[in-house]
Design a protein around this ligand. Structure first.
Ligand code: PEP
Ligand code: MN
Length: 354
């Protein structure tokens, strides 16, 4: 595995604000100031009639809200900077552009990821790839290690699947993305894939995030079904803090009370991420809705909302698919959708590399 330990940013001073409970006593304030000094930080006290507020300045790597919040008399500790740094817009003002060979994602370029849920055979993948490529997809997907809810469901072809994915990707000149489920698979998957997918179920597998953070491969990080946008960005931060800044985020729906769709697509995550982060974000309407009849509308909405691409599962014979068949679009349905998405891309001044 190629190590890519980029330098960490210089430790900067960070500020926090401590709001004390009303009518705090002088003893309490003195105790808080003592603790702040012991921790090696500087304090600035601002006393009002009812409330006292203390500004704290210290090394960003050491200044943590939790120990301060535990001191008696403290009501709230408010960090000024975001908890994620490398992933934040403050750190990196311009959109990041992630490159997979000649295909760019971000900064106005759309990553159009398409393919079956799982790699099943060379014949099936070849047919799907040929058709999605002709329709305008620029990245081929297909799982070789599948995170299935049931241990009795198809678990993927493993290395055999990776070999097929690589061969077919090369045949149609498409970079390939596939899921890596645990650190032991990383070296193997890196031999075949252009981008490593971290699935929703592993978004907070921090050891896995640290390990893919040490590779030189772009990482496709899917939002977990019960993760906030902040959690997603903190997970991206793990990968980036380990040295790999090539992260593409993916909104794939979150769990909700609505049971007519597989998940609830949080479209606001797209502009929400854009405000807070420079990283590209792709929308996956396939896993978000689980319904082919809803996927086209959600894909159009994603491009209109400013997403950096869409991720769509396509199968030539969904009824025979070994995984996620019911949500797969047929190649023809994908092609009609792509005709619309290309028109939208033009209106939105976006390009689709090939
Ligand atoms: C997938 O992309 O096939 C997949 C398993 O997605 P998710 O991790 O978002 O459920
Ligand atoms: Mn799937």
């Amino acid at each position: 595995m190629v190590l890519n330990r980029a330098a960490h940013p210089r430790a900067r001073n960070e500020k926090m604000i401590i709001v004390l409970k009303p009518h705090s006593t002088k003893e309490q304030i003195d105790h808080i100031l003592e603790r702040i000094e012991e921790l090696g930080f500087k304090a600035h006290v601002s006393q009002g009639e009812l409330r006292t507020i203390i500004g704290v300045i210290g090394d960003e790597n050491k200044l943590q809200a939790e120990p301060l919040a535990a001191i008696p008399g403290v009501e709230q500790v408010l960090p000024i900077l975001k908890p994620f740094k490398l992933a934040s817009r403050e750190f990196h003002e311009n959109d990041s552009v992630i490159k997979l060979n000649g295909v760019r994602i971000g900064g106005g370029a759309l990553g159009m990821i398409a393919g079956p849920c799982a790699v099943e055979s060379e014949e099936i993948l070849d047919e799907i790839a040929r058709k999605v490529k002709a329709a305008g997809a620029n990245i081929l997907r297909g799982g070789a290690f599948k995170p299935r809810t049931s241990p009795y469901s198809f678990q993927g072809l493993g290395e055999e699947g990776l070999k097929i994915l690589r061969a077919v990707g090369d045949r149609y000149q498409m970079p390939v993305v596939t899921e890596v489920m645990n650190p032991r698979q990383i070296d193997l998957v890196c031999q075949y894939a252009d981008m490593l997918q971290i699935g929703a179920r592993n978004m907070q597998n921090f050891d896995l995030l640290k390990e893919v953070g040490q590779t030189n491969k772009p990482v496709f990080l899917k939002r977990a079904m019960s993760a906030t946008v902040k959690d997603l960005l903190m997970s991206a931060e793990y990968i980036m803090a380990a040295g790999n800044h090539q992260v593409v985020l993916c909104e794939r729906g979150v769990r909700s009370f609505e049971d007519s769709t597989r998940n609830m697509l949080d479209m606001s995550a797209v502009p929400n991420v854009k405000v807070q982060s420079h990283l590209p974000i792709i929308v996956d309407p396939s896993h978000a809705t689980g319904r082919p009849d809803l996927i086209p509308a959600m894909a159009r909405a994603a491009v209109a909302a400013g997403a950096d691409g869409v991720h769509i599962e396509v199968h030539s014979c969904p009824e025979k698919a070994l995984s996620d068949g019911p949500q797969a679009l047929l190649p023809d349905q994908y092609a009609s959708l792509m005709t619309e998405l290309k028109q939208l891309a033009e209106v939105m001044h976006r390009v689709i590399d090939h």
